[in-house]
Design a protein around this ligand. Structure first.
Ligand code: WQD
Length: 338
């Protein structure tokens, strides 16, 4: 069995990806310092797969502690690097924490990939690297714009660091640009656990519906879109997770040293905020208490993916539609309330 190291394995996308990797025959170990996630995820993974995952509670900014994991596990052939801080607003307040955490952890892992001959490296990037694009849908060739936040800057810098490392060393690297991952595993054994008041749309919807929040706001309905609200490409977390398995298989099969390939991971469907709310109301039967509020600073009007590259090269397809995303997110919220 091939061993993959997943960093951030207790987080939202990390935990779903571990499940998918196990279901496709990989051996997985995790590093997660639990600063932004709970090790309850490991129980959920075990419930779904029947496999106990070893998590090393190691901070990746600690190079010696990170190296100890590689010394203890000589069979690692590749890694999927999720672990990072990801709150846009917080990154504006604490930019140095974001640069220290997101950049130094990435550099350390790439150094380990080289030193311990674990050449298959997948980096969690983001559609935020496109900023406010001139044309939509965006392809992987759409020019990047200046990042709107230190968080976005860490993703752009991360991409450059991975590319430079792959140029200089025999690494086979892949950058996955996520659009808006939502939903939860249909078993309700794992899902998203937002810290504090949720900033993202779908947790805001489900927390309002269950009564954790009294009301939610649509951040602007006066944009130049079909109903005035912003357009995003929401994608089910299990579809995102499976793309990682396909990406690691692709990297192993092609085994191209000095490579760095980029894939957009979105469904290709642009959905407005109001359409997302109405899809939620339809599948849940709950009338959502929302109001139209002012625009949110920093929001871009509209972005969605051209995903042809991932579909053609990885053989990837999305299995979950918008209603599935809302249904599983709602089932997860109801499960949390039990
Ligand atoms: C979606 C839409 C809001 C909450 C996210 C991540 C970012 C990056 C990309 C990873 C926007 C509107 C939201 C609410 C609302 N991911 N909204 N009421 O801004 O696309 O960014 O994906 O790198 O880190 O944060 O996602 O879910 O915050 O917002 O009307 O209560 O929903 O204005 O139009 P966003 P989001």
């Amino acid at each position: 069995m091939q061993t993959i190291l997943v960093t951030g394995g207790c987080g939202f996308i990390g935990a779903h990806t571990i499940v998918d990797l196990i279901e496709n025959g990989f051996n997985v170990i995790s590093i997660d310092n639990l600063s932004r996630a709970s090790d309850q995820s490991l129980l959920g993974i075990e419930k779904i797969t029947g496999k106990k995952i070893t998590n090393y509670t190691v901070d990746l900014t600690d190079k010696a502690a990170t190296e100890a994991v590689f010394i203890a596990n000589p069979g690692i052939i590749g890694m999927i690097h999720f672990a990072a801080y990801k709150a846009v607003g917080e990154s504006v307040e604490k930019p140095l924490d974001y640069y220290e955490n997101n950049i130094s952890s990435l550099v350390h892992l790439l150094q380990m990939a080289v030193k311990y001959n674990a050449p298959h490296f997948i980096f969690s990037s983001s559609c935020t690297v496109y900023g406010n694009p001139d044309t939509i849908p965006v392809t992987e060739k759409t020019p990047l714009q200046t990042a709107a936040s230190p968080y976005g800057a860490t993703k752009q810098m991360g991409e450059t660091i991975v590319k430079d490392a792959a140029f200089a060393h025999p690494l086979s690297t892949i950058l996955l640009r996520y659009f808006n991952p939502v939903g939860a595993h249909p078993s309700t054994a794992i899902g998203e656990l937002p810290i504090g008041r949720p900033q993202n749309l779908v947790p805001a919807i489900t927390q309002t519906a269950i009564g954790k929040l009294p009301k939610m706001q649509v951040h602007g309905a006066d944009y130049d879109t079909r109903d005035g609200s912003c357009i995003r490409d929401y994608i089910h977390v299990c579809d995102i997770a499976h793309a990682h398995t396909l990406a690691i298989q692709y990297s192993i099969k092609n085994n191209q040293p000095n490579s760095c390939e980029i894939f957009n991971l979105g469904t290709g469907n642009g959905i407005t905020v109001l359409e997302a709310i109405h899809a939620f109301e339809k599948v849940s039967g709950v009338k959502l208490n929302y109001e139209i509020g002012p625009r949110r600073a920093g929001d871009i009007v509209s972005i969605y993916a051209n995903n042809d590259h991932a579909v053609n090269q990885l053989g990837w397809s999305c299995k979950y539609d918008l209603e599935d995303m809302m249904r599983t997110a709602w089932q997860w919220e109801q499960h949390l309330a039990k």
